[in-house]
Design a protein around this ligand. Structure first.
Ligand SMILES: Cc1cc2nc3c(=O)[nH]c(=O)nc-3n(C[C@H](O)[C@H](O)[C@H](O)COP(=O)(O)OP(=O)(O)OC[C@H]3O[C@@H](n4cnc5c(N)ncnc54)[C@H](O)[C@@H]3O)c2cc1C
Length: 463
């Protein structure tokens, strides 16, 4: 290995995973994190890997869900982020949700105690010329100084857009004489018991009045960014309502798979769900209720929801900026900046969406940087794996031509190449469309896990 450490800028989900992967492979790492010296618009602590909004890593079902598959691949590759998430798990039906403080504390402890990682609390305005092997993992809230420096060198326009945070409610203030606990379809999942969500029912008149209030409520406006697109996975609830009065009822407010025990013969017209946000179970977040409503209006409007009439909000919703690179144009297949290949990018700034996806790109970047430090070739995981498919999306393999517009994306089965053979014809014929879809996902997942195991094995042999 060259005498130089790998410098990683940004101690978020991606930077911590990259640091861990590199250090565990024998490389020396310096991790540079600017908090608490320089704040971001969303982080509230000085912990590494802080989750800025939802406490969910989404579905944990590797057999039928693409993000669950990504979880499993990462676990098999010794992911720090997944190990800490598993340890900090809170009940959430089929999802992997975590106690955010326990999770970030565990990651911070693992990083600071690692003998080959040095943590430097400082802002990096631009990596100095004598840093030969650098990973930039500064996330959607990259400090303005660094963002401007990158823009000045690339000449590319980075895209900025709104991103919204959902409110969190004190559980004691929820009226359980009106609300009830149940997971959709009573699904228990790996960490839950089938009753992991608090549900608040709305009838038709209540729903209509609520939508009217959402549409009329005063919003925070950012004139300079008005043309910017929203982060689709985190669309504000009032923006959903603007797209159509019934849209929230087909999204986060859908009433399916739930029976109100206070009124079992009447199906609610819509439902607001809250999910446990901390291990103590004292705080619950309003699922899918990211918002850019002004704070005063949020309190007034969300108290219209039956069961939340006296809600005490531990945190109200908010709105923030998100920045990402035009990666297919700027980065090579190993995530390096084409015009300055000593700089490699990782995490959400590369144009993936979400905690898990950001950590996944961190995992790959950490291994790539280590291979480079030891002068070894690096073969990326095949596109048939969730990790390989995500990398392919970021580095442009998924686009017909790099001239096309690049949009950030969550992992999904659509990014994986189709199966060589459709799943078992007999079973597919017997089942309906839904069943065939499940079988296809299962077959894609099995292929991915077979291929990630083979790739991992080859990596070990090459080392
Ligand atoms: C408001 C908001 C809400 C979101 N909600 C969700 C959600 O609900 N679910 C979800 O999956 N994803 C959500 N996201 C996306 C989420 O932020 C990312 O998925 C994830 O945190 C990205 O990981 P990362 O490591 O790339 O960046 P981050 O986790 O943001 O880490 C980047 C780190 O770099 C540091 N940094 C920045 N610039 C510098 C610099 N110049 N020098 C040194 N350090 C620097 C920052 O302080 C930060 O610690 C949200 C994002 C925002 C902004």
């Amino acid at each position: 290995m060259s005498g130089q450490p790998i410098h990683i800028v940004g101690g978020g989900l991606a930077g911590c995973e990259a640091a861990w992967q590199a250090a565990e492979s024998g490389a020396s790492v310096v991790l540079h994190e600017m908090r608490p010296l320089v704040a971001t618009a969303a982080h509230q602590t000085e912990l590494l890997a802080e989750l800025v909004c939802s406490n969910s890593f989404r579905a944990d079902d590797w057999a039928h869900n693409a993000v669950g598959l990504l979880h499993e691949e990462m676990r098999r590759l010794g992911s720090l982020i997944m190990a800490c998430a598993d340890r900090a798990q809170t009940p959430a039906g089929g999802a992997l949700a975590v106690d955010r403080d326990a999770f970030a504390t565990a990651v911070t402890g693992a990083i600071t105690n690692h003998p080959r990682i040095t943590l430097a609390r400082e802002e990096v305005a631009y990596p100095p010329a004598d840093w030969a092997n650098v990973i930039i993992a500064t996330g959607p809230l990259t400090s303005p100084a660094l963002a401007e420096a990158i823009l000045a060198r690339t000449g590319e326009d980075a895209l900025a857009f709104f991103d919204a945070i959902a409110p969190i409610v004190n559980v004691d203030s929820i009226d359980m004489g009106v609300a009830w606990k149940q997971s959709r379809y009573d699904k228990a999942g790996p960490g839950g018991d089938g009753a992991d969500y608090i549900n608040c029912p709305l009838d038709r008149a209540g729903y209509d009045a609520f939508i009217d209030a959402l549409l009329a409520g005063p919003k925070t406006e950012f004139k300079a960014w008005e043309e910017a697109p929203y982060f689709e996975a985190c669309l504000p609830i009032e923006v959903m309502a603007e797209r159509g009065r019934e849209t929230p009822r087909h999204g986060p407010m859908k009433p399916v798979g739930l029976t109100n025990p206070h009124n079992p013969t009447v199906k609610p017209y819509a439902v607001v769900q809250l999910r446990q946000d901390n291990a103590l179970g004292t705080l619950w977040n309003m699922v899918g209720f990211q918002t850019k409503l002004k704070h005063g209006a949020q309190t007034e409007i969300f108290r219209m929801i039956p069961g939340l009439e006296h809600a005490v909000f531990a945190r109200l919703g908010g709105i923030h900026r998100n920045t990402f690179l035009n990666s297919p144009r700027l980065l090579d297949g190993a995530l390096r900046l084409k015009i300055d290949p000593r700089l490699r990018f990782a995490g959400q700034v590369t144009g993936v969406e979400g905690y898990v996806e950001s950590a996944a790109i961190g995992l790959l970047a950490g291994r790539m940087a280590t291979a480079e430090a030891f002068g070894c070739p690096f073969t990326p995981p095949p596109f048939t794996t969730a990790l390989g498919a995500l990398l392919n999306h970021v580095t442009g393999g998924g686009l017909a031509g790099v001239g096309q517009s690049f949009q950030p994306m969550n992992i999904n089965y659509g990014l994986l190449p189709p199966l060589e053979e459709p799943p078992s014809a007999g079973g597919a014929k017997r089942g309906g469309r839904g069943e065939r879809g499940r079988m296809r996902k299962y077959a894609l997942s099995l292929r991915a896990l077979r291929d990630i195991d083979a790739w991992r094995g080859a990596e070990v042999l090459a080392a």
